[in-house]
Write a protein that binds this ligand. Structure first.
Ligand code: C2O
Ligand code: CU
Ligand code: CU
Length: 479
């Protein structure tokens, strides 16, 4: 079966309810550029099972548009960053260096690391000029996760300036699968963002600020405005990362070329799902394989969002590839729900509240036991008439999607670990959530302006063997 719709109600799409929506444009004079592929971050040292990295937040200048360079921020790069690759089972040590003029944090979105310090939430500031070191063990399946800044309440501005990069987890299951895995040749990260460029090609977060979430005018894929990809193999694997503050990406190819989804946020899918359209919301990741066997040298196949051309795939000569995807890609560990736990009710209200309240750094909103699998019913209380999709995200947890308004979830969210999920107005999504690490973790809407405005709360995960463990939480004044 090939799915041909976006699985969501069109009326709820960002483009259909006003509220600051901007259609995309390409500024005049921009010519096609090769897609930038973030280089793989080199380790400082590897010793047996241990690996050491340094990640430096820095200011820089990037040639994004013709003419003046744009002032941007990045990790070990002027804009965005490099791709960090870690393997399941590895012990990872990271030096977090802040060379920015402001404080920042390093949040591992999708990584199962203890909170709130290693996790890099607002409780883990690194001040200008400082270096901190964290360590964690990778104990999760292969996936594309990501690192981004998370200082409250300026997460949105810092991500806007460029602080976001991919963190790839690999494992033995992935190495066994017959899928493209030659990074930069037949496997490409596609970081989907939009930015508005003002005078002298500069970003201006304050000018663009919109509490409902910022739409920008120009698409930027891996930091490139009008990218093309040279296709030299029959099959190409694309790692989509919804990296925009607000914008949803509704992706599809020329000729309704089929995308076979193989992975979601935090794992492979149990079974591949074929589709011609897919929606990627802020914070979500999704991996697809496209098969260009129907094309020949010289052809050009475009990737679109709605009807706007995003990426051009230029077909070169390639060798025939008869490899077949197995039906079974991954087996999620679907453990039974704790029968003693109540069903948790979480509401996303307006554009700035969770359960009727704005985020407070010193307030713990919920407590859950380590490794206890529990139902979370997450509701978007926006009215159908003028609401929007809110992408709900949990730190430090992977969840399985149980149902949407009591019905089966979308086909591409079955049998896969996720950490971010779109919830439509008046919809309740039931999740099975457990936390494999202790600490204090945020859960929030991943429209980053909503998160900064207060559509965020926090949960403390308690180990019954060490119930009195205390965490030092920051407050808005000291930060
Ligand atoms: Cu990607 Cu709390 O975020
Ligand atoms: Cu996160
Ligand atoms: Cu929201």
């Amino acid at each position: 079966k090939i799915y041909t719709d976006y699985f969501y109600d069109e009326a709820d799409f960002d483009k259909n309810h006003g509220m600051g929506y901007k259609p995309l444009t390409i500024p005049e004079g921009v010519t096609a550029q090769p897609l930038a592929v973030p280089p793989v971050l080199q380790a400082d040292k590897v010793e047996g099972n241990d690996v050491w990295f340094t990640i430096e937040s820095q200011e820089g200048e990037s040639q994004i548009l013709p003419g003046a360079k744009t002032k941007t921020w990045g990790y070990n790069a002027p804009l965005l960053g490099q791709t960090m690759v870690v393997k399941k089972g590895q012990r990872v040590h990271v030096k977090l260096k802040n060379s920015l003029p402001v404080l920042t944090t390093y949040h591992w979105h999708g990584m199962e690391v203890p909170g709130p310090y290693e996790d890099g939430s607002c409780h883990a500031p690194v001040y200008p000029g400082e270096t901190k070191e964290i360590s964690f063990t990778v104990n999760q399946p292969a996936a594309l996760t990501w690192l981004h800044a998370h200082p409250c309440p300026s997460t949105a501005m810092q991500v806007w300036m460029g602080l976001a990069m991919g963190v790839v987890v690999t494992d033995d299951n992935e190495s066994r699968l017959p899928i493209p895995k030659n990074y930069g040749v037949d496997e490409f990260p596609i970081i989907l963002q939009d930015r508005t460029f003002h005078e002298e090609n500069q970003l201006d977060y304050k000018k663009d600020y919109d509490p409902m979430g910022i739409f920008a005018e120009t698409p930027m894929i891996n930091g490139v405005v009008k990218p093309y990809v040279d296709v030299t193999t029959q099959k190409v694997r694309l790692l989509y990362l919804g990296g925009s503050n607000r914008r949803e990406w509704r992706l599809h190819f020329d000729d309704d070329l089929v995308m076979t989804q193989i992975a979601g946020d935090d794992s492979f899918l149990e079974h591949p799902v074929k589709m011609t359209k897919v929606l990627v919301g802020p914070g979500e990741r999704l991996q697809v394989i496209v098969d260009f066997s129907g094309y020949k040298e010289g052809d050009v196949v475009n990737l679109y969002t709605d009807d706007f051309k995003l990426v051009e795939f230029r077909i070169h000569k390639f060798e025939q590839d008869d490899s077949k995807l197995p039906f079974k890609l991954f087996t999620p560990d679907d453990r039974p729900v704790n029968p003693n736990a109540p069903i948790r009710k979480i509401t996303m209200d307006n554009h700035d509240k969770i359960n009727g309240m704005r985020y407070a750094m010193e307030r713990i909103d919920m407590i859950q036991e380590l490794n206890s699998v529990e139902y979370w019913d997450v509701t978007n209380t926006n009215p159908k008439s003028h609401g929007m999709l809110h992408p709900f995200h949990i730190h430090g947890a992977h969840f399985l999607v149980v149902s949407r308004n009591g019905h089966t979830p979308n086909p591409n969210e079955v049998g896969v670990y996720k950490d971010t999920i779109e919830v439509a107005p008046q919809e309740t999504v039931r999740l099975k959530v457990y936390f494999p690490q202790v600490g204090v973790f945020m859960y929030h809407c991943h429209i980053i302006e909503h998160e900064d405005a207060g559509m965020m709360a926090q949960i403390q995960i308690v180990d019954p063997k060490d119930p009195d463990r205390k965490y030092h939480l920051m407050d808005m004044e000291t930060i």
